[in-house]
Write a protein that binds this ligand. Structure first.
Ligand code: ACO
Ligand code: ZN
Length: 281
């Protein structure tokens, strides 16, 4: 039995086909046993059903009439669209999305309980349909003020600014809810890098424009970023001093400019005027 267990731990699915991309997977994932002999999986890029053989996918594609994620399109700007998918209403889709994501996420447990989550799926759209770029999930009700549970940019689309777009989007939703938010922990290395980058740029932009003193609480109200995340970001930039038992932001314009230069590209912006959304009740 032990040997069998060890054996099934090898990375089974090495690649997935999704739309026009063939993607190498990053991590092992225990797909149901009937997939044990399978090194490549074929996903329908629209409904996310997956199959063991190309021929099955071909047959599926003739029947599948979905051209975008199920759910509501809540944002459209140019060719970019965001869809909100309710895990309860679209259970199979949501589970398949989690399966796919788990191939690129190491530390996260998979949520079989997709009912409790909303999924925000970002797509690049053309005349053939809406092609998935990435997504994030969000608990419908979070006691810990999490505004994002899992985030993924599909490898074919990484390093183009979509991750920061997804993060920015999660904070725009929090602003509409009138709440501060923070991502669920732990973060992966790439997750932390992306968040640090986002927090740094947002905070530096405000400090650069703002005249006079500003508190962490005010920054938090403006950005929906949780105070702890603001403090740790500003501390890492050495913009915080501790005076008379209080954290004080010391934003020397020269230091800000230096950090802003180092912070690099801003990425794709969320155009809030194109977001049509009401919080989940
Ligand atoms: N090497 C070094 N730095 C990187 C890399 C990399 N491979 N990828 C991203 N970064 C950093 C960079 O600082 C980058 O900014 P820059 O390009 O301006 O230098 C920043 O992260 C964000 O880059 P984006 O292009 O906006 O992000 P991307 O679309 O690549 O998505 C993400 C980032 C979502 C973390 C992606 O790497 C991913 O899906 N990884 C696998 C899944 C994962 O780890 N998710 C986070 C788990 S934590 C959680 O879910 C709460
Ligand atoms: Zn399909």
């Amino acid at each position: 039995l032990r040997e069998h267990e060890e054996f099934t731990k090898v990375k089974n699915i090495a690649t997935v086909e999704l739309g026009k991309y063939e993607i190498e997977t990053w991590y092992f994932f225990p797909f149901p046993p009937e997939y044990n002999d399978c090194v490549k999986l074929f996903f329908c890029e629209f409904c996310l059903n997956f199959m063991k053989r190309k021929e099955q996918l071909r047959r599926h594609m003739r029947k599948c009439d979905l051209k975008h994620p199920p759910g509501d399109e809540i944002y459209r700007s140019g060719t970019l669209s965001m869809f909100e998918v309710d895990g309860k209403k679209n259970k199979v889709y949501a589970q398949n999305l989690c399966y796919l994501a788990k191939l690129f996420l190491d530390h996260k447990t998979l949520y079989y309980d997709v009912d409790l989550f909303l999924f925000y799926v970002l797509c690049e759209c053309d005349d053939r349909g809406c092609h998935k770029v990435g997504y994030f999930s969000k608990e419908k009700h979070s006691e810990e003020a999490y505004n994002l549970a899992c985030i993924l940019t599909l490898p074919s689309y990484q390093r183009k600014g979509y991750g920061k777009f997804l993060i920015a989007f999660s904070y725009e939703l929090s602003k509409k809810e009138g709440k501060v938010g923070t991502p669920e922990r732990p973060l992966s290395d790439l997750g932390l890098l992306s968040y640090r980058g986002y927090w740094t740029r947002v905070l530096l932009d405000i400090l650069k424009k703002h005249k006079g003193n500003i508190s962490i609480k005010e920054l938090s109200d403006m950005t929906a970023i949780k105070a702890e995340d603001i403090l740790s970001t500003l501390q890492s930039l050495e913009l915080i001093q501790y005076r008379k038992g209080q954290h004080v932001i010391c934003a020397d314009p020269k230091v800000l400019d230096r950090h802003l230069k180092a912070a690099g590209r801003g990425g794709l912006d969320v155009d809030v005027s194109k977001l049509i959304w009401t919080p989940y009740k």
